[in-house]
Design a protein around this ligand. Structure first.
Ligand code: ATP
Ligand code: MG
Length: 566
């Protein structure tokens, strides 16, 4: 491969900025904009400038190399897709408001692909006819489109973003397990090479359907996911995916249900205080509307309901909170005093903590009245047990019981064993060894390529700015001409020599910019080595500074070249 030419800051399109962009909330957003890597084009829609494009290309290269290494074949499918295949799997509707839908001039329905299971399934249906054509793993690196509700964290959550998506096609479950294992290994290598700190966590399959699924989460404050880590065993899971077994209790010692007057206690706090019991002894019943029908969700009074979990349970139905209007004409629903006993026209779901046999203090469905000794399975029925509470620090590990530790993280990758959901919907069969058709089983696997750039920025930046690992950095060395003509001449000369030796060089050769500004910019841009032509340039001596550790060393030109090409 030809050596890359020296990149000159004097000619670089993007300018660095002193101030954070006004709308930036997370560190990677601020720094990537300030350092001139990306610019916002519209909400959740980003342009990559020269330095940013280099980093993005490096991430792509690593992803490509590791996908190729597991025998995956790269393809490129369109992003503009016809509606029909997404109708066949139900996702045209199920995807909801996140799907960008559009019409062509003839009024035909199209979408911008949010992920491509349908189209890959059809491609394999078209190309593979016999068991001899499988297994096959296909991937692409392509822009994806999702009309995210909150595209606010810069390129961490775009409405257009770059994803590596791959799909495996196998004849049998063992084959799928093998393709899944190959992806798991490839992802471990990708994230290790990228220099990302990550955990592999059990995850829900969500709207994708299917069975086994794991997420690769990069711990970071800016993350929108929370994962639980067990300090004792190797359990790690997205809190969305934590579920507890149902452990019924023996209710025989619990006296009969008794109603008690509790005036002015419409909240759990006022009730617990007036009865002198902990909030955990009370049962909270949150009312929601699912496709317009009222559903009550029961959780212990000291716990919060995780609406994402409720939504996931009822998806694709739409879940909304009730409003005052929903109580009009419903004498059975007494605001602030709802209890599951006698709620006849309402579906009741509960957290497994409300297991059969457990006894509660809860609303009596009469104004100012509560009931005690209300026993699950005796005084009321639970239609479905769903893990709906917000997981808290210290909750028991579902595997060993130790208190869990919670951390914020960014989802950088996700692997799914889909099974036959898409193959069934689109009738993907191949002829088996015995000449009979066999339904194919699938996996789907994603890496957030553009998101990985932001995740890496989040994990590696310091107060001075970005701080890239070498393999991802936009250059190997940032040469700074700290002075006038003499320094610039030396800086350009050493840059040429480095480039000729295969080192990727960014040189700050800007005239009329003070050394102080150049140093600040070099720190902000975050190339791992900074080589300064400064005071001792006349003697041919430069200073090499490690961006991460700040360690400095004076070196001659030859020594510097030897060091940087080592
Ligand atoms: P999230 O929960 O963050 O919305 P997801 O579960 O919708 O992610 P997948 O459908 O599994 O994500 O997509 C595969 C990968 O694509 C994710 O692991 C993530 O790294 C990346 N990704 C998903 N949505 C976005 C987005 N809006 N912007 C950037 N990257 C994204
Ligand atoms: Mg999403």
């Amino acid at each position: 491969m030809a050596n890359a030419p020296v990149q000159r800051m004097s000619q670089l399109l993007a300018k660095t900025l002193r101030d954070d962009p006004a709308d930036a909330e997370v560190l990677s957003h601020k720094l990537l904009v300030r350092a001139g890597y990306v610019r916002r084009t519209a909400a959740g829609i980003w342009s990559w400038l020269p330095l940013g494009k280099k980093v993005l290309a490096n991430v792509e290269r690593i992803v490509r190399e590791e996908m190729d290494a597991i025998g995956a074949q790269e393809v490129l499918l369109p992003a503009l897709l016809p509606r029909e295949p997404y109708d066949a799997t139900g996702r045209w509707d199920e995807y909801g408001a996140e799907l960008f839908r559009l019409n062509d001039r003839k009024g035909g329905d199209y979408l911008l692909g949010p992920t491509h299971e349908e189209i890959f399934t059809l491609l394999v249906k078209d190309q593979a006819s016999s068991y001899k054509d499988l297994p096959v793993i296909l991937y692409q690196i392509q822009s994806k489109f999702r009309d995210e509700a909150r595209p606010r964290a810069g390129i961490l959550r775009g409405r257009e973003f770059l994803m590596k998506d791959s799909y495996s096609f196998d004849l049998e479950d063992e084959g799928l397990a093998q393709s899944y294992a190959l992806h798991r290994q490839a992802y471990q290598r990708i994230f290790e090479r990228l220099g990302l700190d990550y955990r592999i966590c059990a995850a829900t399959a969500g709207a994708m359907g299917g069975s086994k699924s794991e997420e690769f989460l990069a711990p970071a404050e800016a993350g929108e996911d929370t994962f639980a880590d067990c300090p004792n065993c190797d359990f790690a899971a997205n809190t969305e995916a934590i579920s507890y077994p149902l452990t019924p209790e023996d209710p025989s010692g619990t006296p009969a249900l008794e109603e008690i007057p509790t005036p002015d206690t419409p909240t759990i706090e006022t009730l617990a205080a007036s009865l002198g019991v902990p909030a955990s002894a009370t049962l909270k019943n949150l009312l929601v509307k699912v496709d317009g029908e009222i559903v009550a969700v029961g959780v212990p009074g000291d716990r919060e309901v995780d609406m994402d979990k409720v939504e996931a349970h009822f998806a694709p139905a739409v879940v909304e909170l009730v409003t005052a209007e929903d109580f009009v004409g419903r004498p059975d629903l007494v605001r602030g005093y709802v209890g599951p006993q006698g709620l006849e026209k309402v579906t009741y779901i509960a957290d497994p903590r409300v297991a059969p046999g457990t006894s509660w203090i809860t609303g009596a469905n009469k104004d100012g009245m509560h009931a005690k000794n209300v026993v699950a399975g005796r005084d009321f029925e639970v239609e479905a047990y769903v893990d709906v509470v917000v997981v808290q620090e210290g909750d028991p590990c579902p595997r060993c019981g130790t208190g869990l530790k919670l951390d914020r993280a960014i989802e950088i990758g996700h692997i799914f064993q889909l099974g036959r959901k898409y193959a069934d919907a689109l009738k993907l069969d191949v002829l088996g060894q015995n000449g009979k058709p066999v339904r194919v089983t699938m996996g789907s696997y994603g890496v957030g390529v553009s998101r990985a750039v932001a995740a890496l920025a989040e994990q590696t930046a310091d107060e001075q700015g970005l701080c890239w690992p070498r393999e991802v950095a936009p250059a190997d060395v940032h040469v700074v001409a700290a002075g006038k003509a003499l320094q610039t001449e030396l800086a350009l000369d050493v840059s040429q020599q480095l480039a000729a030796a295969g080192v990727r060089v960014l040189v700050d050769d800007r005239a009329g910019v003070s050394p102080g500004v150049k140093f600040t910019d070099a720190e902000l841009i975050g190339v791992p080595q900074i080589l300064v032509a400064g005071r001792r340039s006349a003697e041919g001596v430069l200073e090499l500074k490690d961006r991460r550790t700040g360690e400095r060393e004076e070196l001659t030109v030859d020594e510097a070249i030897a060091r940087l090409t080592a």
